[in-house]
Design a protein around this ligand. Sequence first.
Ligand code: FMN
Length: 222
Amino acid sequence: MKKMIIKEKDTKFDILPILKERYSPRIFADTPMSELELRTLFEAGRWAPSSYNRQPWRIVWGIKGSETYNRILECLSDFNKSWATNAPALLLNAFKKTTDEGEENFHALHDLGLFMGNVTAQAQHLGIALHQMAGVNYEKAKVEFKFPEEFHIATAVAVGYYGGNKKDLPEDLRDQEDPLNRTRMMQREFTFNGDYMNEPALESSKNGLDTSKEQIMKKINR
Ligand SMILES: Cc1cc2nc3c(=O)[nH]c(=O)nc-3n(C[C@H](O)[C@H](O)[C@H](O)COP(=O)(O)O)c2cc1C
């Protein structure tokens, strides 16, 4: 059965414009990012909820032209390096895996996600785009930035104002810059008013990806 694809323009429920309009670009306007702008984003993250208020998030940040920016860039996968140089700022996101008592903090990654959710909403409000990246050499980044054993590097983020020119991208990435190409699962695939149920007719949204996007997804960790 053909997968049903929901595009941004088809949003059925009345959600906040900042959520509807957000997307993850790989090109950015020339406008530089200042420390003040980044600190505004981190302040939004700072007020995120976290399990036991443990605030396990740790963020390394660098502005283009600085040594820290170049050090973060060097920790990215080759695929992400191919476009992330367009970003005026880069972040590296880590979380503390343990509680102060040395137990595993099972919810730490969840809390870092909430932190980045706040950062994303604040950024969108300011017209700033984020592109999260899993394609990071975690071990290298942990050593490079001198994180102790009880931390884990989760992601990197490219940050900058929306804008830029598709010509700054490798050719195979240019088509992906159209936010209307974005797809999502149907709500009935991931919400259950009762027991979990696998909807066989609706497979994961990956099946709704066009071929070029599918190819890109395979490259993310290279
Ligand atoms: C945790 C996380 C890791 C991601 N890793 C990468 C990555 O390494 N490289 C990349 O180009 N995009 C990456 N993305 C971007 C996703 O592919 C993108 O968010 C998704 O396709 C939905 O598109 P949208 O954000 O424009 O709505 C990542 C996103 C998240 C949230």
